[in-house]
Write a protein that binds this ligand. Sequence first.
Ligand code: PEP
Length: 252
Amino acid sequence: MREFLVAGNWKMNGSAAGNEALVSGIVKGTPDGVGYRMLVCPPFAYLSSVAGLLKGSNIALGAQNVSQFDSGAYTGEISPSMLKDVGCEFVIVGHSERRAMFGESNEIVAAKFVAAQGAGLLPILCVGETLEQREAGTTEQVIDAQLDAVLDAAGIGAFEQAVIAYEPVWAIGTGKTATPEQAQAVHLHIRKRLAGHDGELAGRVQILYGGSMKGDNAPGLLGMPDIDGGLIGGASLKANDFLAIAAAAARD
Ligand code: PEP
């Protein structure tokens, strides 16, 4: 059975004092139960201090972005090995905000995925369609192109050490959530696309849902057969909201 991953993407939010309160609330309130893991992804500036705050807990640390380059004259960039060095286990690649606002193409995202894995990080590859694309009936095509760029660059075997997050752009930060059935349909499509390359491996890949996930809609989403956790923005910024989603993931 696949484990759930409950991942918080803090985006460009937080402060030294605020992070301390948030992490201590999450660590103290971690729900009993098995079959799930929690992850927090603070901004780069706070990775080291949050790594310290997480010590002794089993909550993992991740970054929100990474350079596709290893080192050198890339002002303002952060390399995969640097993330590893400060204690990251995961890194988000291809978040829709990076694609839309920072010009990250499918090819750049694929290069970041490969570079992250090269340094021993687990990439969380975000895919998802805009509202216009959904309304035009091109959701599957868009997602296939996003996945295929990574499959071409890294090969199916790379998904042994990676996570996928399906994040419909129209549901991110909007309060609109995909229904469990809408999300499940896309998750199943993603799994089938991977299964076209390796059916056995496809059955093991964690596919998270992201888009206004909250404590009240988490049980329905996490109850679907191909949804293996959440990538959570807004609701990861308050310990109780994040913990309510973790509670929905915890099994007896
Ligand atoms: C996200 O940014 O990955 C996200 C899912 O945000 P929110 O939960 O706020 O919709």
